[in-house]
Write a protein that binds this ligand. Structure first.
Ligand code: CIR
Length: 249
């Protein structure tokens, strides 16, 4: 059975990192209700869901994807690119230790899980404002049995998975900016006006999608998946989306 680990939203989420100051500001109570809907959707996929407690000192702690890369029983604990996020990793490592071998990344490496996308036996990774070459070298060292492919990030994009995400092991959901030939996968395109919806969580035949993107929803349904739309306005104000709110392994 697949396991999904999420983390509650703290009151300090109002101060989460964002490229543009949100206007109107983040409504933390609404964000928490939306997070509950997200966790319910995870449960509806059949995954065993664990939700970690929030840490008020870490406004961005809900974005747990960035703190670890978990593949086949090994968890590479990242060193997040934003210094304000580094304290998020220790409790995640403590929890994952129950299920995985833990390998902590060390200085000067930085890597955010949002820059790492796994399709079957291939790991795609982007160097970004958060992920450096040393971080990518850690991936290569720890997951040496996988093929590693570097992807250039379109300008102005925070993370690789802002523009694409896996629909299972052989299909990639991607927006128009991404060069599809790099990927050993069938590519399902998200229309330009729905770029934000290129980030989805796929668990088996179930796909959690952002509410309000009808063309993407239809494309994923047509590809044979059962879709679970969830509200996400508040997490979006903090530059987050769907994969970033869980670790699935
Ligand atoms: C940050 O800037 O780090 C957070 N506010 C958003 C992180 C989103 N993470 C992701 O998409 N993997």
């Amino acid at each position: 059975m697949l396991r999904a680990v999420a983390r509650y939203i703290p009151q300090s989420f109002a101060d989460a990192l964002s490229a543009v100051r949100p206007d109107p500001p983040i409504d933390v109570a609404l964000a928490q209700r939306q997070h509950a809907a997200y966790c319910m959707a995870l449960a509806r996929t059949g995954a065993a869901v664990t939700v970690m407690s929030a840490d008020e000192r870490c406004p961005d702690c809900v974005f747990i994807e960035d703190t670890a890369i978990v593949i086949a029983g090994t968890a590479l604990i990242t060193r997040p690119g934003a210094p304000s996020r580094r304290a998020e990793t220790a409790p995640v490592a403590t929890l994952l230790d129950a299920w995985c071998e833990i390998i902590p990344m060390t200085e000067p490496a930085t890597l955010d899980g949002g820059d790492v996308l796994v399709l079957g036996k291939t790991i795609y990774v982007a160097r970004s404002g958060r992920t450096n070459d040393e971080g990518i070298a850690w991936l290569e060292r720890v997951f040496g049995r996988h093929r590693l492919v570097r992807v250039d990030l379109p300008p102005g994009i925070l993370h690789l998975k802002c523009v694409c995400s896996p629909l299972g092991d052989r299909i990639l959901l991607a927006d128009a900016s991404l060069e599809a030939s790099l990927f050993d996968a069938h590519v399902v395109r998200v229309p330009v006006e729905e770029t934000y919806a290129a980030n989805v969580v796929t668990i088996g035949d179930h796909v959690i999608v952002a509410e309000g993107f009808p063309c993407t929803l239809e494309a994923i349904t047509t590809a044979g998946f059962q879709v679970h739309p969830v509200p996400i306005s508040e997490v979006r104000k903090a530059d987050g989306s769907l994969t970033c709110q869980s670790l699935v392994f």
